[in-house]
Ligand binder design. Structure first.
Ligand SMILES: Cc1cc2nc3c(=O)[nH]c(=O)nc-3n(C[C@H](O)[C@H](O)[C@H](O)COP(=O)(O)O)c2cc1C
Length: 151
């Protein structure tokens, strides 16, 4: 199996990146290949939402020209997809949220009996890290990143 691992990680050496490392090591151990897609390094804007994608029957057809197009191609080519994100304000990180919103273009005839998806049948997993403010955890987000996201 070939798994695309999507990492939304404002902190390059944070909990989420670290746990995704472990997941990838385990996948390699059972003979799966992985390709990590670091969403923080890509330019992915929100859905416009023009719905131009729904005009295309055979391909995602999103007309927003940014890095999401390449990510969609990789997701379609993968057998499995792992999403990894910190819990931010009880939701997923902004980098992943933008991609998930844009993923509307992977779906056709949503909510109808003809519903189909370009990633139908892919195995998916979610790695979600969070912090309990009442307990001390080894790498609390209080240790914030300084400067640019990549620093
Ligand atoms: C802006 C921000 C919002 C957060 N919101 C939540 C939250 O709603 N619930 C929670 O349990 N933890 C929350 N946390 C804690 C993070 O989810 C947790 O520390 C996570 O492991 C950080 O991942 P990272 O080390 O990969 O950045 C928040 C942290 C930050 C910086």
């Amino acid at each position: 199996m070939n798994a695309a691992t999507l990492l939304a990680r404002p902190r390059p050496d944070g909990n989420t990146a670290r746990i995704l490392d472990w997941v990838e090591v385990d996948l390699h151990r059972i003979d799966h290949d992985t390709e990590r897609i670091d969403l923080t390094e890509l330019a992915i804007g929100g859905c416009t939402p023009c719905c131009a994608c729904t005009d295309s029957a055979e391909a995602p057809g999103c007309v927003v020209a940014d890095d999401a197009q390449a990510v969609f191609r990789k997701l379609i080519a993968a057998d499995g997809i792992v999403h990894a994100t910190p819990l931010y304000m009880w939701g997923v990180g902004a980098q992943l949220k933008a991609l998930l919103d844009r993923s509307l273009c992977l779906v056709r005839d949503y909510g109808s009996p003809d519903h189909r998806s370009f990633v139908e049948g892919r195995r998916t997993a979610l790695v979600l890290t969070s912090a309990d403010p009442k307990r001390r955890t080894p790498r609390r987000s209080r240790r914030c990143s300084r400067g640019s996201p990549s620093s």
